[in-house]
Ligand binder design. Sequence first.
Ligand code: AMP
Ligand code: GLY
Length: 416
Amino acid sequence: MDVLLLGSGARENALAWKMSQSPLLGKLYAANGNPGIARFASCFEVQESHPQAVLQLAKRLGIQLVVVGPEAPLVAGVADVLQKEGIAVFGPTAGAARMEGSKRFAKQCMLEAGVPTAEFEVFEQVEAAVARARAWGRVVVKMDGLAQGKGVVVARNAQEAEEAVYALWALGGGKQKLLLEELLEGWEVSLMAMCDGERFALLPVAQDHKRLLDGDEGPNTGGMGAYSPLPQMSEGMVEELGRLIFPPVLEVLKKRGTPFRGVLYAGLMVTPQGPKVLEFNCRLGDPEAQVLLLQLNEDFLALAWACAQGELRQGRLKSKPGASVAVVASAEGYPTAPRKGAEIFGIAQAEALGAQVFLAGAKDDFGRLRVSGGRVLSVCAQAASLAKAQELAYAAMEKIRFEGRHFRSDIGAKAF
Ligand code: AMP
Ligand code: GLY
């Protein structure tokens, strides 16, 4: 079948790499793609969150399946428009994508489904939110809608809480509701499942590293690295967690008339009181996708097609033995003001060691590869153990050179 992949990050580069291994694949197209994705796909330019533009491109190319990487096109209703025209799509409709598009909606679904989550209150007025935030002090402040990772502030005292409320209120232009949430302590894990509206299949479990610097210091980022699986979680524990979360949530969404087809991502905090869901996303995580696709010993395209058709076989997905690690290289100044333009060297040398390099903020400039965004690339390795995967990923990272290159040197260290 001919497939159109939407997106242009390292997650989509990993998806293109994985789908290119499927015997079911005819031609692979991507929009907008990047030079890493272009190794596997013909790339086209499109406004990816413009449903009609995506539909026209899919029709022109005679696409059988559209696979959507990022959340924005889904929240904008790209899947709705494609489905209406009879083009299969892996990714939820706008109604189901509200699990990520509206934190308040996700909380309501969690309550209805009986999924454990942090205590919370919703505010429509900034004054009321400030008063409550000051009283609460240690609190997490969240903006209801999408904010490209900037919509959550963990406040440790009353002053930080007040500042966070004003900042997020301004970010939402005074039109977005705010949520105040109980601050949970513990360790985080990302659990994702492929869903066909009713059934689900658990993907390999992964852990992200959100802070910029080693030891979880510095500002929050889109994610600086990941590993999969987590030795601190037995397979039984992962499966039990999956059963706790996905069936009731899928049931609630189906009952509401918005069945979820695509990847449902549960961001969890494992607390002394047990695991609690911090948030849902309507897509694969990035950089989690890079490691879980390396671990996955299944035909991803076949699974995506089954989900899109509502014909997924529920059950365990096979994983490769061992573990995978992804280390993100970011540009100087990321996340506030990434410096663009530096030339990137060493990708072939890194891959010659046996690693896989997936590109994100990198563009082709008349045959030279240059930095074009904050998270530049992910260096990924799969090996017989987590320690070996780490060793390989870091050896490969040493081969990558560009001015201002930054990466964390402790990806996966928490597992030991
Ligand atoms: P998000 O940008 O929605 O992925 O959330 C960013 C991060 O905020 C999460 O990965 C957690 O580290 C943190 N966070 C969100 N909610 C809570 C909470 N209730 N307690 C503690 N940390 C939280
Ligand atoms: N890595 C976190 C996310 O994709 O939301």
